[in-house]
Design a protein around this ligand. Structure first.
Ligand code: HEC
Length: 126
């Protein structure tokens, strides 16, 4: 499992992340809490449209596709913000079964906001 997660993270680190990083910084500032709720809702709608065929995208339930990670577990592998560029440039996994997606930066931010909303307030085991 880890090697694939690492692959995406390396891809993200080596890319041109400036624009997405700026968006991320904006999204993380506390003043934007309301905008962030909208983002979470948009992200949820996007993953329900594109990802639920294979991934568990909610707080409960198993992935329909046996090897597709549950979205609520992604943060155990890496900081989901590292997926930002992968979502914009076209997320590619080592697994040919996962289709390639390309989202615009707003959509990518929305998906990440939603993924973050699935994370427990306290990291597990701490
Ligand atoms: C047709 C099935 C399918 C769909 C639809 C799908 N995925 Fe996946 N996804 C997979 C499979 C299978 C894996 C496991 C790939 C692997 O382990 O190489 C995966 C892995 C992933 C990973 C982990 C990659 C890694 O290397 O850690 C992420 C993140 C991900 N998918 C995001 C998404 C998002 C976001 C969507 C919707 C926009 C989506 N997937 C839609 C099948 C799918």
């Amino acid at each position: 499992m880890l090697p694939q997660g690492t692959a995406i993270v390396q891809r993200v680190r080596s890319g041109t992340l400036a624009g997405v990083a700026a968006l991320l910084l904006g999204a993380m500032s506390p003043g934007l809490a309301v905008a962030q709720d909208d983002q979470v809702a948009e992200g949820r709608a996007l993953v329900q449209m594109y990802c639920t065929d294979c991934h568990a995208t909610e707080l409960t339930g198993e992935s329909p596709h046996a090897t597709a990670p549950r979205f609520r577990d992604l943060h155990l592998r890496y900081d989901v913000e590292h997926l930002a560029e992968a979502l914009v440039e076209g997320i590619v996994t080592a697994h040919p079964e996962m289709p390639q997606f390309e989202f615009d930066p707003d959509q990518a931010m929305a998906i990440i906001a939603y993924l973050k909303s699935l994370e427990p307030a306290q990291p597990a085991g701490q």
